[in-house]
Ligand binder design. Structure first.
Ligand SMILES: Cc1cc2nc3c(=O)[nH]c(=O)nc-3n(C[C@H](O)[C@H](O)[C@H](O)COP(=O)(O)OP(=O)(O)OC[C@H]3O[C@@H](n4cnc5c(N)ncnc54)[C@H](O)[C@@H]3O)c2cc1C
Length: 383
């Protein structure tokens, strides 16, 4: 019997390739018309720009294995994400750095002085922050919090920051240097030919049939085992309810030349309904497109409805309870393993997705060779 992999994103593609390389017959299905999952990239027909269809994706990692793996399947160009932000009618740089602080407060402080200054702004009456808002106020005080966090977080999550857990903001969200590299990982890049080309190359292996535009629910073939990277609640027909997600609406617009001079512009004020605008030609600077039409996307966040694409898991108290029920159901179901961001209901960056899929492959191999049953999950999901 064949093995079935549901989902053609990084998770599914890596597992499918591994199984096929080990001489097993595999069917990979995805209900979309393309492989690549949410990392899918395609040439915009009107402007010729390489577009990240489900939102901008920058590969960044400190995981050597994940970095080496993806580069086997495509050339990655170094890419540093330098995010700009509009707040209260002015433009700043994010994450909050010495430049942001000095611009915001109209000062010329050095690192030590700025550190003391921000410490003086922090709300010291909050000794045990109970939520995101209190955590932010206890670290940076009300001015920076209001300007850069409050409105953006409300738009992104649709609830008051005081209703979000404090754990979201683990470290001080401020840098006392002029480093404007959004990520801190040593390896950062974007594939020259786009993510879908990388994933197509991963999938290019004998013994692997790819069926696009096919829903798992409609497949009747019996399988030796199913590796499911779709939504966990959907696998069980939403029997215990729907796990909450935020979805995104992208409003596409074109312009002439360079619209905003950078790839990502965040909009921090609550009065602006979108969270950010991304201009995709800037994600491929090596293509050197300096003139002609440009394509941008305004991003709006809202609660995911029945027919929406689930993007960010909400994971508040109610969802965690329901998740516990689905995890138990999955553990009691033989013949299926769940992985990836949707299969485990977690936000995962691409490098973590790749790393977890590679670790799953190690275990899949050992387990199948020893004739044991594969687990429902390959990762510890108790946290
Ligand atoms: C807006 C946004 C921006 C992001 N930016 C970054 C970034 O800059 N850097 C970074 O590292 N990560 C980023 N990520 C995370 C990245 O998208 C994920 O790490 C990655 O997509 C996870 O891959 P996956 O294979 O687990 O899931 P997915 O890519 O979602 O693949 C799952 C696939 O399964 C298919 N499927 C589901 N159910 C079924 C079914 N029943 N039948 C058939 N097919 C089904 C879906 O169509 C989908 O193609 C971002 C995520 C979002 C939401």
């Amino acid at each position: 019997m064949r093995y079935c992999v549901v989902g053609g994103g990084f998770s599914g593609a890596i597992v499918a390739r591994h199984l096929a390389e080990k001489g097993r017959q595999v069917l990979l299905i995805d209900e979309r018309a393309h492989p690549g999952g949410n990392c899918h990239t395609e040439r915009d027909a009107s402007t010729g720009v390489m577009v990240h269809r489900y939102g901008p994706h920058i590969f960044h990692t400190a995981d050597r294995r994940a970095w080496d793996y993806v580069r086997r399947f495509g050339t990655f160009h170094p890419y540093i994400n330098r995010v700009k932000a509009v707040s209260q009618g002015k433009i700043y740089t994010l994450p909050i750095s010495l430049l942001t602080i000095n611009q915001f407060f109209g000062t010329t402080m050095g690192p030590a002085e700025a550190r003391r200054f921000i410490a003086g702004k922090a709300d010291r009456t909050i000794t045990e922050p109970r939520n995101f808002e209190e955590q932010a106020l206890s670290m940076i005080g009300p001015d920076l919090y209001r300007a850069f966090f409050y409105g953006y977080t409300r738009k992104q999550w649709g609830i008051e920051p005081a209703e979000l857990p404090a754990s979201i903001l683990k470290r001080l969200p401020v840098r006392f240097s002029y480093d404007d590299n959004y990520f801190t990982h040593p390896w950062q890049g974007i594939p020259e030919a786009g993510y879908t080309a990388v994933i197509r190359n991963i999938l290019s292996v004998p013994g692997l049939e790819i069926r696009l535009g096919a829903r798992f629910e409609d497949i009747e073939e019996p399988f030796a085992h199913v590796f499911y990277t779709g939504p966990l609640d959907r696998f069980f027909g939403f029997r215990n309810g729907r796990l909450g997600y935020r979805t995104l609406d992208f409003e596409r617009f074109e312009g002439e030349g360079d619209y905003q001079g950078t790839a990502v512009m965040n909009y921090c004020d609550e009065t602006t309904p979108w969270t950010r605008i991304s201009e995709h030609r800037h994600f491929a600077p090596w293509e050197n497109i300096t003139s002609g039409r440009t394509v941008c996307f305004k991003e709006f966040s809202r609660l995911s409805g029945r027919n929406d694409i689930p993007y960010y898991p909400i994971r508040l108290v109610d969802e965690k309870k329901m998740l516990g029920e689905y995890l138990s159901m999955a553990r009691a179901t033989a013949g299926v393993s769940f992985l990836g961001r949707l299969g485990t209901y977690r936000y995962l960056d691409m490098d973590v997705t790749v790393s977890e899929a590679l670790s799953a492959c190690d275990l899949i191999n050992q387990t199948l060779e020893s004739g044991q049953q594969l687990p429902a999950f390959f990762t510890d999901l108790t946290a």
